[in-house]
Every structure is written in structure tokens, then in C-alpha cells.
Design a protein around this ligand. Structure first.
Ligand code: NAD
Ligand code: COI
Length: 334
């Protein structure tokens, strides 16, 4: 059977080729993102797997339907760039990989937290300036003695809670859909903001969550709070964050998902640097650690993204159902 992969990264290619060989299917592999123009390359395929951060538009889904391609299986978690209503209207069924390795992202969030808690950015800056002695004066804080506020107790949030608790931290949680029968210490968002030394975000970047952390939220936080965002850039009003970093109210920020990140994120290497003034200013701050949306990026995660996406695609094609089908209605509540 002929299938196509779009937005294929160099690191994914071997896993896709190995899958095709093992299962006896033909896989057309494209590095281009999927849109209403590039989809023409997939003529004659039964289904498409894709990884991209640029939008999947209603026009794309209509074009797929016109070409007789009924299935799109994305290789990542976030659905924020998919016009699911457009897909439904065109009769194209969509799946995602909701859990390719939640611990990859949670471990990365904890990594950023530890970097900030022990002031490694400041230490490194002094050492680069040949100031060995100056580097010795940054007293850290211990995670195990801290109160960590985890916002969003889904798959990744729960992994983060497990790890933070392993350090002995007191963990406060906020989620409008609490995990039933858990021993989590759920509080209101305001209580979490007011009582946490470290705030860790794990909620989807849906429009209603845009700037859920804003100037008012920072005003409610503790002096010297650390904030970490490995979820989506739109969750934090970054200009308000910058103000609070400048004033010292926020002692440290770990940002893997930057509000003004390149929309075609996974093709950034083709385009050069980010060239954003807010990014540039934060890059100069030793108490900020920025990373280019790589929390997910481990060998385990990449392999699972490919394998689970292909399981979904074959489920659609062979059995009429995919384990991880997503629909517009479900996305509205989560
Ligand atoms: P999930 O769906 O399992 O959990 C999300 C949780 O957030 C749900 O429990 C939901 O009820 C809760 N939620 C929604 N809105 C909320 C709000 N306003 N306040 C508090 N909680 C809210 O998703 P997940 O697998 O845990 O992933 C979380 C997010 O992480 C994804 O949506 C994606 O944007 C992001 N992500 C980032 C990377 C990366 O590489 N940086 C990788 C994968 C996922
Ligand atoms: C996701 O899986 O939602 C991510 O954020 C990572 C992906 C864009 C590669």
C-alpha cells in the first residue's frame, strides 16, 4: 500500500523507512510541510502521516478529500494548529499521538527547573568571564524544600508531579478536570500562583488558554518565583514575563515553548535565527533558559511518534478506526 509522510525530519527518516520495510508498504517521504499545494505529491496514497507546526487548514482537508485521501495521522501531541472542523467538513479523519513519551517532556521541564534553582546560568556567565570567584556566590534552592505548582495534570503534568514528588517537593495542582481518585493537592489557580516557589505549565495552547499567565497572574505570585513552560508559547504573556524578570519578581524562567517561536518551527534550520527582540533580550538574561521547543526530542519519543502514528494510520485504513482519533468536539473541552 502506498502512504506518504510529510514534514519528515532527518531523525525520523530511518524509523519510517524501517517501518515501511517491516510492514511491506511503500512510503513516500517528503521533508516539505503539508499544505494545499504540497499535498499534490501524495497522489494515489491511502493516507498521510505528518509532523509540522504550521496550520493544517480547511482548504488542505478539502484538497485531500478531492484526491480521495481520507486519513491524516499526525506524529505529535498538540492539536492547536489543526482545523478539526475543516477536517470533519471534508470527511477527513485525523489522529494524533497523545503519549509518545510524556516523561520526555516532564524530564525536560524538571531539567530547566533544576538549572534555574541552582543558578547555573549565572554561574556559567561568570566562568565564561574568567570570574571563578564570582561564580561561587549563587546560593541555590532545593527542589525538595520547594512548593511546586503544576498547572495541567494530564499525561505530562502527572509525570512532572511524580518526578517533583520524588525530590520531596510539596506539589500543588490546578486543572479544571482533576484526576479522579488521585492524591493530588488540587487548589484554585490563584492559590497555586500565590503559594508556589516554582510554577510548571502543562496545559494545551488552546485559544481559551492564551495568556492564562499574564500581568495579573505575575502580581499574585511569590517574590522570586521560577516559572517553566514546556507546553505552548501562547500560555504566557511574554512581555509581562519580561517586565517581571526585569523587576526581579520572577527569579528565573525556563521557556522551551516561546510565544513568538517560528511558526514553521521544525524547518527553522532552513531559515536561520529567530530574530525576535524579546527572545534576544531574554537570551541575554542569565536567569532565563531558553530552548527551541525540544522538550519532546529524545530517541524514545521520535521512535514512538513514528510507530504510534503509523499504527493509527493503518488502523484507519484497515479497521476503519484509529486508537487515537481526534475530533473537534473533544478538543473543545480539553
Ligand atoms: P493532556 O491532554 O494529557 O493534558 C492536558 C491537561 O491540561 C488536561 O488534564 C486538561 O484538563 C488540562 N487543562 C486544559 N486547560 C487548562 C487550564 N486552563 N488550566 C489548567 N489545566 C488545563 O496533554 P499532555 O500530554 O499532558 O500535553 C500537554 C501539552 O504539552 C500539549 O497540549 C502540548 O501543547 C505540550 N507538549 C509540548 C511538547 C514539547 O516538546 N515542548 C511536547 C509534547 C506536548
Ligand atoms: C507536541 O508533540 O505537541 C510538540 O509540542 C512537539 C512537536 C511540535 C514536535
Amino acid at each position: 500500500m502506498k502512504l506518504a509522510s510529510f514534514g519528515t525530519r532527518v531523525d525520523e527518516g530511518p524509523f519510517l523507512q524501517e517501518w515501511a520495510k517491516r510492514t511491506g508498504n511503500e512510503m513516500l517521504i517528503f521533508t516539505e510541510t503539508l499544505n494545499e499545494d504540497t499535498v499534490a505529491k501524495a497522489a494515489g496514497v491511502k493516507g498521510i502521516t505528518c509532523l509540522q507546526t504550521v496550520p493544517y487548514s480547511a482548504a488542505l482537508f478539502q484538497k485531500m478529500a478531492d484526491m480521495g485521501i481520507k486519513f491524516l495521522s499526525i506524529r505529535n501531541v498538540g492539536l492547536d494548529n489543526i482545523d478539526l472542523e475543516g477536517a470533519a467538513a471534508a470527511g477527513v479523519r485525523v489522529s494524533n499521538v497523545p503519549a509518545y513519551s510524556p516523561s520526555a517532556i516532564a524530564e525536560f521541564a524538571v531539567t530547566l527547573t533544576m538549572h534555574l534553582a541552582r543558578n547555573l546560568g549565572q554561574v556559567e556567565q561568570h566562568l565564561r568571564d574568567n570570574d571563578y570567584n564570582g561564580a561561587m556566590h549563587y546560593m541555590g534552592r532545593e527542589i525538595g524544600q520547594s512548593t511546586v505548582g503544576v498547572v495541567g495534570t494530564g499525561r505530562i503534568g502527572r509525570e512532572a508531579i511524580r518526578i517533583f514528588r520524588g525530590f520531596g517537593a510539596k506539589v500543588l495542582c490546578y486543572d479544571p478536570y482533576p484526576v479522579a481518585d488521585s492524591d493530588y493537592d488540587y487548589v484554585s489557580l490563584d492559590e497555586l500562583l500565590a503559594n508556589s516557589d516554582i510554577i510548571d505549565l502543562h496545559v494545551p495552547g488552546l485559544p481559551q488558554n492564551t495568556h492564562m499567565i499574564n500581568a495579573d497572574s505575575f502580581a499574585k505570585m511569590k517574590q522570586g518565583v521560577i516559572i517553566v513552560n514546556t507546553a505552548r508559547g501562547n500560555l504566557i504573556d511574554t512581555k509581562a514575563l519580561l517586565d517581571n524578570l526585569r523587576s526581579g519578581k520572577v527569579a528565573g524562567a525556563g521557556i522551551d515553548t516561546f510565544e513568538f517561536e517560528e511558526q514553521d518551527l521544525l524547518n527553522l534550520e532552513k531559515k536561520g535565527s529567530l530574530n525576535d527582540p524579546v527572545w534576544d533580550e531574554m537570551m541575554q538574561m542569565p536567569n532565563v533558559v531558553l530552548s527551541p521547543h525540544i522538550a519532546y526530542f529524545t530517541a524514545t519519543a521520535v521512535r514512538n511518534m513514528v510507530e504510534f502514528s503509523m499504527e493509527n494510520l493503518m488502523g484507519f485504513i484497515n479497521d476503519g478506526q484509529a486508537k487515537n482519533e481526534v475530533q473537534a468536539k473533544a478538543e473543545a473541552t480539553k
